[in-house]
Design a protein around this ligand. Structure first.
Ligand SMILES: [Zn+2]
Length: 162
């Protein structure tokens, strides 16, 4: 083990990757790209393993580790939130969970960074007043109902006067 410390880091990871590929059912899989895309889009690895007939979800996780897909998936947090918001109409998701997801979604940019746009407006309250259709429209296209933007605009300028 200690004799390997002199190997340059890049070389070492190449060796590890080669070893990984030799044993990995995802690397050898004809639909490898789809499997990787699903992982980054927060599809549950258990579901992926079943769908692509892999041994188990550990195969997906091992492959994801070898190719640094975890970091990629973390940056793609919007996809996870979209799933929650999308499912709101189908399964029993509690209203506060949907509101929290929509609110988080509205604050996370495409790079997965949290951007707090407004500290003065109580967005929670506004999102709670939105109907399911309005929430869905917002989740899909980012369009807010007119009354919402009017309220935010008014409150924002009010707070500036203080
Ligand atoms: Zn692999």
């Amino acid at each position: 083990m200690t004799s390997k410390t002199s190997v340059p880091r890049e070389k070492a990871s190449e060796i590890n990757r080669g070893r990984h590929e030799y044993n990995c059912s995802v690397c050898l899989h004809a639909q490898r790209e789809e499997i990787e895309r699903d992982f980054v889009n927060w599809v549950s690895p258990a579901t992926t393993a079943k769908q692509y007939k892999l041994a188990n979800r550990a195969s997906v996780y091992r492959h994801a580790h070898a190719f640094s897909l975890f970091a990629k998936r973390q940056r793609n947090v919007r996809a996870a939130l979209e799933k929650i918001i999308e499912r709101a109409g189908e399964v029993e998701v509690t209203a506060p969970a949907v509101v929290a997801a929509v609110q988080a979604y509205s604050k996370i940019n495409a790079a997965g960074q949290w951007v707090d746009r407004s500290e003065h407006v109580n967005l929670n309250e506004l999102f709670e007043r939105m109907t399911m259709q309005e929430l869905e429209a917002y989740a899909q296209s980012g369009t807010l109902p007119a009354w919402f933007t009017a309220t935010v605009g008014a409150t924002a300028s009010d707070s500036q006067k203080e």
